[in-house]
Design a protein around this ligand. Structure first.
Ligand code: PMT
Length: 417
């Protein structure tokens, strides 16, 4: 399980001898799945070259606030917004003082002021500088501003002194970084989601489809990525932009979606079938446009339909299925039919969606659903699909973890609220 998968870390490197350890830190962070962008102060470049850090992070290194080329690629405000975390390692006494003073006279301090992401510092300096009352006061101020300090450690220093001020080892910093994100409910998990409707061709001109806009499935994909999961979204034809950090696979028909799901199931922890899959398709697709026959006075055109594969049922039928969440879009007896689908399709959870109400469900920006497990029902109040998606994921993560615990303890299954 990659503890930092999908996480975006801006690593600030300031000018201290411990800067050489930043190279190893980048290696460890990227090994855990993080996307790392390095920002170096000019003093840091005296200790280690940008080229080394660029090669290890696989991203261009940012050096100057007023570098037009770097700004054109990703400006400092964009970088501040991009980050899930700004980690400064090593953080010198001077950098700590400038941050405490609210300076914005170089790229790194400006970025720290601009970002909404958490900031963590790994101080590294001579023991006398660390013990100095001003440094201590600066650190206290930063901690009051919710800036977290990783270390420093005690021990022998590059200058020959012994005492506090040594930067923590890269392994320790990487572990503390992973700990910060371990609160994300889906950290390290692989989630596969289907969204949108499917299209079933009748002839080269016409097809059968439904009213699914994809909004609910896309909101789930976005919220899953934000919750730390690595997300693949298999999407029917929709008019929506791909959420950030989500791999999107476009499909047209139910059979395409079925194939695509099975191609990508390896290693998946949670499968969410939010797509409105066409249950039937025309038995034959006409090679040419079906014409009105002027000789035939009939007002009726008959199209024979055949069953499509049930994608979600084919996933739960596997020997070792992932945790499977289905949706049930119903116009009447919503909870009854949804509970029946939970049992019949062997789902872990089903989300009952009353599509008889035009304000929710298909196409709308809002939804109101009831999550049904084997031993509980939990209604979620009317809210935007973004909010409903986040609430759904809280329940899904909780039930997934309960089931994992039960499986690991080889006890009987069951998901309690
Ligand atoms: O896309 P939006 O406009 O935002 O609308 C959201 C939604 C209403 C489409 C969504 O919230 C929803 O309810 N999706 C499921 C719609 C549906 O087709 O439900 P169903 O009751 O027909 O199917 C039950 C479950 O089986 C679903 O998880 C479905 O993905 C799955 N299924 C159905 C048929 C099939 N051949 N294969 C399947 O996997």
């Amino acid at each position: 399980m990659l503890q930092l998968s999908n996480k975006r870390i801006v690593l600030g490197v300031t000018g201290g001898i411990a800067a050489y350890k930043s190279a190893e830190l980048i290696r460890l962070l990227t090994k855990q799945g993080a996307d790392v962008r390095v920002v170096m102060t000019s003093a840091a470049c005296e200790f280690i070259t940008p080229l080394t850090l660029q090669a290890l992070s696989h991203n261009p290194v940012h050096l100057d606030l007023l570098d037009t080329r770097a700004e054109a690629a990703m400006g400092h405000i964009e970088l501040a917004r991009w980050a899930d975390l700004v980690l400064v390692a090593p953080a010198t006494a001077d950098f700590i003082a400038r941050l405490a003073g609210g300076h914005a006279d170089d790229l790194l301090t400006t970025l720290c002021l601009a970002t909404n992401a958490p900031i963590c510092l790994a101080p590294a300096m001579n023991q006398g500088m660390w013990r100095d009352a001003v440094t201590q006061q600066n650190c206290e101020e930063l901690e009051e501003r919710n800036i977290q300090l990783f270390g420093p450690d005690e021990g022998s220093q590059a200058c020959g002194d012994i005492g506090p001020g040594r930067m923590l080892e890269p392994e320790q910093i990487a572990a503390k970084t992973a700990e910060l994100f371990s609160m994300d409910i889906l950290t390290g998990l692989k989630v596969l989601i289907t969204a949108g409707g499917t299209r079933e061709d009748i002839d080269p001109v016409r097809y059968i489809c439904n009213h699914s806009s994809g909004k609910m499935g896309y909101a789930l994909a976005e919220a899953s990525a934000a919750a730390g999961a690595s997300v693949t979204l298999i999407s029917g034809p929709v008019q929506l932009a791909t959420p950030e950090r989500v791999e999107r696979i476009d499909v047209i028909s139910a059979r395409d979606m079925h194939q695509s799901v099975h191609d990508r199931l390896a290693g998946v922890d949670i499968f969410i079938g939010c797509a409105a899959v066409s249950d039937y398709r025309p038995a034959e697709v006409a090679g040419e446009k079906i014409k009105k026959d002027p000789e035939n006075g009939s007002e009726v055109l008959e199209i024979k339909l055949v069953r499509n594969p049930d994608i979600i049922a084919s996933v739960t039928a596997l020997d070792q299925p992932p945790f499977v969440v289905g949706f049930a879009a119903e116009t009447h007896n919503v909870l009854g039919y949804a509970t029946d689908k939970l049992r019949r399709k062997k789902l872990d959870l089903v989300v009952a969606n009353d599509i008889g109400d035009r304000e929710i469900g298909f196409g709308s920006d809002c939804n109101e659903v009831t999550v049904i497990g084997k031993e509980f029902e939990e209604p979620l109040p009317r809210a935007s699909k973004t909010v409903v998606a986040r609430q759904l994921l809280q329940i899904i993560a909780r039930c997934f973890k309960d089931k994992q615990g039960v499986t690991n303890n080889t006890e009987s299954a069951g998901c309690l609220p």
